[in-house]
Every structure is written in structure tokens, then in C-alpha cells.
Design a protein around this ligand. Sequence first.
Ligand code: SAM
Length: 345
Amino acid sequence: MAVPCVRVRPEDGEATRRRLAADDLVDDEYAITASDGWLYIPVTDADAVPGEFDVVEFDAPERRTPTNPADVLGFEPTYERLGDVVILDEDDPERAQRIADAILESDVRAESVVNRASKVKGTERVRDWDVLAGDGTEAVHREYGCEFELDLATVYFSPRLATERHRVVEQVEREGEHVFDMFAGVGPYAVPMAKAGAEVVATDINEDAIAYLERNAERNGVADRITAIVGDVRNVVSGSSREQSERDGVRDVASEYENWADRIVMNLPHTADEFLDTAVALAGDDCVIHLYDFEHEDDPYGPAEAAIRAAAEPEYDVEIETRRTVRSYAPHELNVVVDARLTRR
Ligand code: SAM
């Protein structure tokens, strides 16, 4: 059926579509169509179209509702989901915006679309985001039966590590097992481990992360099994003497948690080895440490193993139970995990 359309050259198509869309003039009932070297953009009100554009009658087909972004884009975009937030990793801002628009136009469930704007950085491992559509970076993510509320703009979180987290969570052996999560974030280890019966102490230097962790503990019905503490785990545990801690107002839980842990999660891959002395102070007589690391593919596990032995021996026997590559992190660099059992001699 002939409908009013703005006729432009294809190279001007996207810019024109956006200008018309900004004035709410694009008629979504009909498809934007290429024909004879022109692009025809159906419009809702020919009289409202700015004079610089050429309006013609054109037989545009009715638009079928796109079911996925590829229908709109003509290529398959790559994206991840975190609850109702769709996450892109695009270097070209224009391409990112096109993908975001296509996602919103399609059947993909999305409250907002965000693009990674920096690497994770600083002590708190948080990155910058460009919000391309919708209004936010807050999400509720579901993973292996647990729900996690979080704000990507203020805390670290990666949905990609779900399988690895589950592997570790499944190792909780018994009701009341003592787990210490040294770099806990919003609780993706702490919460399911508590659900599996563990008594968990979780520390993080980022107070927003701990606030979310406490909310997530409530949300998943395990608040009574998790003690959440804000601070540098070294100070929180035993870096400072009790007198010093009392003077500084830092909570010193050394007496409570030294020699306490049956299991310790150390998920701070860049620098976790700097915290192994703290981990050994926390370890009970028989304790498994899950140590994450970034290493070169030529020797992915050697440095982590050597660091654990240097910190724990000769007080403990060290047995490496698992060596695992979690994912490739950068060219020739791997994100690995070593599960080490420490048994007091
Ligand atoms: N385990 C969480 C997860 O899987 O989502 C978070 C991991 S994130 C890579 C590392 C976390 O360690 C961040 O939330 C950061 O704030 C925290 N962190 C960094 N240095 C710390 C320190 N000295 N003491 C306690 N937490 C620290």
C-alpha cells in the first residue's frame, strides 16, 4: 500500500531515521525499504516532516514485528544479559547504539542496554558504562536458584563466571561448614554456600557491594547464616593488632576467625597471592582454599601453587586438588583457579 515516505540515499538512511524518530515521525507499521538506489522511510505525518526532506508516496510493505535484533540489524550482535539489563562490549559507539535500538525494537526482554566503557579497574574492580537505552545499571540476576540484586555501576559482577562459582559452591560438604569469602562482592559465592548449609563470613572493601550482599542474603533467606563485613580483609582479620584495631575503630575479628575456616574463597585474581598470609591465618586444621589467578598460558598454575606453598608450609601439608582454567582472559593470559587443601601437620 502506498504510504508517505522520506526518500534518502542509503548512506544518509540511519541519520535521517534518527532525526525523524526524534520527532516521533517514523511509522513503525511499515518497513523501511531499499529500492532503486534509494531508501524509503515510512512516516506518520507527511506535513510534519522538515522541509529539507523529500516526501514521496511509496508502496512500503507492512512490517512484521522483529523477533530478534538480527532481523533489524542484518547481522547477529553479541550481547550478554544480566536480569533485564543487556550488556554490550562494542568499541564503536555508533554500532553499539544501533544494536541497542535493535534490541529494544525486538522481542528481547530488556529494561536497559549498556555498553562497557572501560576495563574493570581499581581496588573495587568496577567498570564504567555507557547507558544506551533505558535508565539504569541496576539488575536482578538469577543464577542456580539464587537471586542477586546489584548495580553494575557501583560493584563488580560477571554473569560469565556462574558455572565456575557453581563448581565451588557444590563442594560445600556439610551443614555448618565454616566458609570465609575474602573478596565477596554482592555474594555470588557466599549466598549459595549459605544456602547449601555453610556458615559464611564475607568481607569486601566496597561498602556498596556489602550492602547488596546483605540485601541478597535476605532475599535468598540466608541472612542468619552470613556475617558481612566492610573493609580490607587484611585489617579486618589480623593485619593490625587488637590494640591498634580498637584505636582505629577497625573491627578486629582475628580472635573470632583465626584458625576458623574450613573453606576460603579468594576471588581477586590480580593480587590474591598478596592475601595468602591472611588466608593461612584464617585456615583451620583442614581447609580448602580456592585461589583465582591470572597467568600466562605457558605456566598457568605454577605461580599460584608456589605462592600457596610459600605461605602455608611448613605449618600445613598442601595438596592441590584441582587446577582449572576458568576462561581465557587476554591473548595468552588465562583466568585460572587452584583448589588447595591445607592440612595442619
Ligand atoms: N567474589 C565476587 C564475585 O565473584 O562477583 C567479587 C569478585 S571481584 C573480582 C573482587 C572483589 O574484591 C571486589 O568486590 C573488591 O571490592 C574486593 N576487594 C578488593 N580488595 C579488597 C580487600 N583488600 N579486602 C576486601 N575486599 C577487597
